[in-house]
Design a protein. Structure first.
Length: 316
């Protein structure tokens, strides 16, 4: 018997948009993988569904309707893969990186908000590997990416120790099975991916990653879709969403997320009774979000409907 989901999966047409679309400033906040882009065994191949990309562009073109991406991806990769509109804003690395520069360029940032804060840029040693020469140019410059303060010596040493532990795990990969532990380097952490590995290797990797988390309690660690994340700072997607709301001055927020790491943002919205909110879980994982839709195709239909309804409301 299929277990009953709480909340149940709704057709996206059942989500009431009335209060959102009539708001003065509506923030549309989106996770990327599993929401705008279907999950892939190789995260480097992720790409937005065309219908979602079109709907996001329509929303971002509307007055007082900022679009923000909140992802575990590091900023440069998120801005490249998302193919987001030029006026989109970003939270990367599960809340650790911020780029609200589009608000300042458009003159949209409320005075004294985070969008006006200076941004520091990762050093060349911390930057992600260059994309192939024939890759499509990113809409946003990776130099816009940053975080509140540079790495401290203590944080740098913690990352070096983490790299050593992850290298040790990979050196002991079981001979049987297939697939490798893929480590994604981020300015303030690392993500170890097990998607695409055989069950026996996935089990080995996850047990070893859990052991690393126990040995390094000073790091923030958490798990998501076939991945384990380690970070030297404790911000979450909830912190990132809070910064987005403050920077945009939004009085209404919709957030769509599919992963365990999105639960911090859902929990944050659940506490904001001063705002109109619509937290929506995508997929079948356990959630504290009050609403759920099925998959990225449902997201595409939802965003298209939201774009039409918001445009109609703004026309009055």
């Amino acid at each position: 018997m299929t277990p009953t989901l709480h909340p149940p999966v709704l057709d996206q047409s059942a989500l009431d948009l009335t209060s959102l679309t009539s708001a003065r400033t509506l923030l549309v906040a989106l996770d990327f993988d599993g929401v705008i882009a279907p999950l892939q065994d190789d995260p480097r191949t992720s790409t937005p569904l065309p219908a979602s990309a079109e709907a996001v562009a329509q929303i971002a073109a509307l007055p007082r309707t900022p679009v923000g991406y909140i992802s575990g991806r590091n900023m440069a990769v998120l801005q490249d893969l998302s193919k987001a509109p030029a006026n989109a804003i970003f939270i990367g690395s599960h809340g650790l990186e911020t780029d609200f520069s589009a608000l300042g360029r458009a003159g949209l940032a409320p005075s004294g908000t985070a969008a006006e804060a200076p941004v520091t840029t990762p050093s060349a040693a911390e930057a992600p590997a260059a994309t192939p020469a024939d890759a499509e140019a990113p809409t946003h410059s990776p130099s816009d990416a940053g975080f509140s303060t540079p790495l401290t010596q203590e944080e740098d040493e913690a990352l070096a120790a983490l790299d050593g532990a992850l290298d040790d795990i990979r050196s002991r990969t079981p001979a049987d099975g297939f697939g490798e532990l893929r480590v994604e380097r981020k300015p303030l952490g690392r993500t170890a991916h097990t998607r695409g590995t055989s069950p026996n290797r996935a089990e080995f990797f996850l047990a070893e990653l859990d052991a690393v988390a126990e040995r390094m309690p000073h790091l923030r660690s958490f798990s998501g879709h076939a991945m384990t994340e380690f970070a030297v700072r404790m911000e979450t997607k909830g912190h990132g969403l809070a910064r987005m709301i403050e920077a945009t001055g939004a009085d209404a927020v919709v957030f769509l997320g599919d992963d365990t790491t999105d639960e911090d943002a859902f929990a944050y919205l659940n506490e904001r009774d001063d705002l109109v909110t619509l937290p929506v879980k995508v997929g079948t994982q356990d959630t504290c979000a009050p609403f759920r839709i099925a998959d990225p195709d449902a997201v595409s239909a939802f965003l298209a409907r939201l774009a039409d309804a918001r445009a109609t409301s703004l026309r009055g």
